[in-house]
Ligand binder design. Structure first.
Ligand code: SF4
Length: 326
């Protein structure tokens, strides 16, 4: 079988934000939001990225798109290293990679009509040559995401949350990207609307040959859309494998705890299953624990875990994990 084609390659990606104090604002330390993660995103797949809030998943998504400049590491898109590109080349590359944001309302300019919001990237990136082209493309994009093009003169506040997310998706599609980071695109929506947006994203991926990094805070949300799933904890990657494998055969204690917290619709099964309760709060990324990042909350932690950081290694074919006990 041929190797899957890599669209996005991430190697040793780190994003550290300096912490400052005193009148002169001297740098006193760093928040290690993302601290050396490596993985590939294959062309045509949806890679789910999951973790509690503060684990670094959104920062990782933004650093991949170069919306935040990484502290270290490399990010390649179609074999071009984005981190080492001058800003003008990054702007050009941005046409190939877009983002759909968590809060569809905050990410849409309330003073712009929807047609303008969608037309803007067409203009900025020179996708539309004439005004007539632009109008035609806006109509096509609105139809593609299930919005009536007659609504293009309306403002964002005239739309529901789900419709606003469709506007955000149309805007992301305007530049004909190959890769989209979907940053918790359904978290702010009613449960009844979430499936519609997931189905739309999935249909668009198939129709347009898109590749997604789909960020979410719980494993239940990414289960049905993801080809593979990555689990983050405190700036590090804990586990990465095919979606089915992760849900059926999780190897990392943190993944097992996250899975045990997903409610089961069947009340009998729900009563019978055993939850793994994690004690304590997520430690601060400014002062991460020594050794394994998860050692302060892991029910299986040993002395070695508190001293030595486990390598992120391929424990079985295509199944990566960072744990001394695996
Ligand atoms: Fe738990 Fe140790 Fe494995 Fe970390 S390395 S997940 S602390 S058992």
């Amino acid at each position: 079988m041929s190797e899957p084609e890599v669209l996005v390659g991430v190697r040793g990606l780190a994003v550290h934000f300096p912490t400052r104090s005193g009148l002169l604002g001297r740098t006193t330390g760093a928040i290690k939001a993302v601290d050396g993660i490596s993985f590939d995103i294959r062309r045509g797949e949806t890679l789910g990225m999951v973790g509690e809030s503060g684990c670094g998943k959104t920062t990782a998504g933004r650093a991949i798109l170069q919306l935040i400049r990484p502290t270290a590491g490399s990010v390649t898109l179609e074999d071009v290293d984005l981190v080492r590109q001058p800003p003008a080349d990054i702007r050009r590359a941005r046409r190939r990679m877009q983002m759909v944001f968590q809060d569809p309302y905050a990410s849409l300019n309330p003073q712009m009509r929807v047609g303008e919001i969608i037309a803007r990237p067409l203009r900025v990136h020179g996708v539309a040559r004439t005004r007539a082209d632009e109008r035609r493309m806006v109509v096509e994009l609105m139809e593609k995401v299930g919005l009536d093009p007659a609504w293009r003169e309306r403002y964002p506040h005239e739309f529901s949350g789900g419709q606003r997310q469709r506007i955000g998706i149309a805007r992301a599609l305007a530049t004909k990207p190959a890769f989209i980071v979907c940053d918790e695109p359904i978290s702010a929506l009613d449960v009844s609307i979430q499936a519609q947006i997931v189905n739309l994203l999935e249909a668009l991926r198939e129709e347009l040959g898109l590749t997604y990094l789909f960020i979410a805070h719980d494993l239940g949300m990414v289960r049905h859309i993801s080809t593979r799933v990555a689990v983050m904890y405190l700036g590090k990657m804990m586990e990465l494998t095919a979606s089915e494998e992760l849900y059926e055969n999780p190897l990392h204690p943190y993944t097992k705890a996250l899975l045990s917290a997903i409610p089961i619709p069947d009340p009998v099964l729900e009563r019978a299953r055993r939850r793994i309760l994690l004690e304590g709060d997520l430690p601060s990324p400014a002062h991460p624990p020594a050794g394994c990042r998860f050692s302060t909350r892991c029910p299986l932690a040993t002395e070695r875990c508190r001293q030595e950081e486990p390598a992120f290694r391929e424990a079985a074919e295509g199944h990566w994990v960072a744990c001394h006990l695996v």
